[in-house]
Design a protein around this ligand. Sequence first.
Ligand SMILES: Nc1ncnc2c1ncn2[C@@H]1O[C@H](COP(=O)(O)OP(=O)(O)OP(=O)(O)O)[C@@H](O)[C@H]1O
Ligand SMILES: [Mg+2]
Length: 860
Amino acid sequence: MMAQYQRAKKEQPDALLFFRMGDFYELFGEDAVTASRELGITLTSRDKGTHALPMAGVPVKAHEAYLMRLVRKGFKVAICEQMEDPRTAKGIVDRAIVRVVTAGTITEEEALDARANNFLAALHVHGAKAGLAWVDVSTGRFLVSEVPAREVEGELARIGPAEVLCATTLVERAPQVSESLDRMQGLCRSEREEWRFERTTALRALARHFKVQTVEGFGLEEDSLAVQAAGALIEYLEETQRSACEHVRRIEKVETADFLVLDRATRSCLELVVTQREGRTEGTLLEALDATLTPMGGRLLRAWLLAPLRQPEAILHRQRGVAEFFEGPFLREDVRELLRSVLDIERLVAKVSTGRANARDLVGLANSLAVVPQLRAKLEHVYSKVLGQLLARLDPLDDVAERIQRTLVEAPPLSLKDGGLVRPGFSAELDELVQIAGDGKSWMARFQADEIARTGMAGLKVGFNSVFGYYLEVPRGQVERVPETYIRKQTVKNAERYITPELKEFEGKVLKAEERSRDLEYQIFSELRDEVARHVGRILDTADALATVDVLSALAQRAVENRYVAPVLDNGELLAIEDGRHPVIERLGGTASFVPNDSTLDRDGRRVTILTGPNMAGKSTYIRQTALIVLLAQVGSFVPARKAKIGVVDRIFTRVGAADDISRNASTFMVEMIEVANILNNASARSLVVLDEVGRGTSTFDGLALAWAIVEHIHEKIGCRTLFATHYHQLTELASRLSGVCNKSVAVREYQNEIVFLHKIVDGGTDRSYGIHVARLAGVPPQLLDRARSILRDLEADNEDLVPRISSHARGATKASGQLSLFAAPPSHVEEELRRLDPDALTPLQALVELQRLRALLDN
Ligand SMILES: Nc1ncnc2c1ncn2[C@@H]1O[C@H](COP(=O)(O)OP(=O)(O)OP(=O)(O)O)[C@@H](O)[C@H]1O
Ligand SMILES: [Mg+2]
């Protein structure tokens, strides 16, 4: 057996090997040590002395949780099963690796989030371009895209894979991409040999799996990077899943140009699917919008929020579906009532085609499919194009549902080997066997009555145990009446047990019938599962359409509940929101207490809004709500506003200054500047840029100078619509210098030395900040506040002329020298002296003398 183990281990040397031995998966050697350390399970030893081999095991019944913990930590686990029944096997049971489980290929339900896909991705970079392919093994979706190499990080952040495959050479070929992979949290990186990504290898793998001559039918070009990534991915799937990926049946090509691009920082800052600090789902946009009723709908909505659209026609196509559900309360409620009983069809189907589905899964699938004809009936008179198309894609599938329901009982047991699965009347042969087995029971009862009558032993009972089958039990007091034909088998407390030839003969018949009926049931079930697996394609298409109906009706539901409106969308440059609200915050405090605000931006005189106002006034809320409204509009959703007109944007960039990002191990200010650089390099005139306190992570003057220059650059060079919330009230000065900059501020009222936050955005800037007031609200001691006030007065007196001194030819200077020359004043005498010194040429003593001389110069 250890030879068998060694062979399996050799096949998967870098995986932990779960070696099936009866009710346990055993690990040996190094694997056992690792597992014991990572899982806290006991380490024992196989054999003693010089042959001692470390060993650790996990029970098969509870292995999922252990498996999940290992793959989450980045381990690969190979599962080696017993391939024959140990009871009937001759010699050592045959064993084989049936699959290799990794973070991206785990399908155990316990490990999966029903409302998020678990993707495995492959990445191939060549020059400045990259091909990506990703698959959810638990549902069978397989997608590819091509993006510029510098956008890989953002694209991967959108997809959110658990594991990514890349060539071992990625580090040398594309160091930046490689670094960005390392930066991504919770992503396992699996390196594969470069040849696996080669074009011919890839094409062969794809042809083999999808059984096609060419991948052009999927809209892919044979010499594309996407094909290379897809090929490597399929090959990895074949290696890890063995035969079990039949449900991966087609490749969907994602055109990134169709999507509104949101990079990692933007997604995180807008808290689309997880919150920024705690990484939770409560308080996110997804949670506020998610009224979906099926897990498939939940996953789709999540994907939509992470990748809104860019073309007005495509957006309006969806929006009209939402509108139809919005306007038709009966349609909406009827449809949603039906969706409530739909289970996770995608994952059920995946279990069917990988042979892991049990009878309950099939019944669940049938019940979910049975909803489809009813849903079709409800959708019969829809008028929007999108709902019409979805109706056409809903395959009634009554044949499949009916086939399952005809075969299986309504509430089958979990186990497939103990019978009780198949409906009476389905198979004459089975019914007969069941009858014999069932007859056995009545025969036994008759036999017991007859024997009592014959022998007069009133206490006689027929019983059964697993050691010697059926027996007759006679109470001790009556044993003298036992006839000769009885054979004594066992003495128990107060009774004796016997068997008789007649009893044994019948027992043989009954037991055989029972065994055969169980086998037959399993066979019928397996045939049914295979039969259903043949319809995987139809079922998945229908599941996809169902998910879309779910999302559209859910968006309508939320729009009704939260009083959203349909935004007008076009390719224009105007962004005009009347009485917009923050979709998440308005839910927290009750809609009534949220103060709505207008947002107007265009590419002309209202390009950049500089927003000032005291702490806690609502600046961050306002600029984020504007971004979220645009995003929701481009998803196809209604928006929290009284009226909205949105000239679509190609990207949204959001940055928050001084965001501590410990995880990325860079100074906060460095991170901030990297992100700003990213915006300045990637924003186009069609983008929406939202900056919150950018520049705050450094000294006041540095920060102000950078903020100033950033606004100038965006205004002049990029010209995109921009919102900039800032504490630097000096920036309001920009409005008088640049034609496209407007000032807004958040109104506060001062009342008896207190400030009242009105949360209302008004025209014009503020000239003071209210930090000290806020500090008082927070309970900072009064003496300290008095001191702070007096310091503030001094500082303000000193810097009164700060802004006027900012050279108005700053921009000219920037262009000419490529350097910032803000705050330029003529150099002082001391500075000129300093510049003449060459520190390298001075001895320490000379340096000291120079220092004294400079000091004396200053004092003169
Ligand atoms: N329009 C609004 N209506 C009601 N409450 C609001 C509104 N805007 C913001 N708030 C509330 O005010 C609080 C402060 O908002 P926000 O964080 O946006 O202020 P800020 O001006 O960005 O503050 P800071 O300068 O400290 O960053 C939030 O907790 C929010 O609940
Ligand atoms: Mg703020």
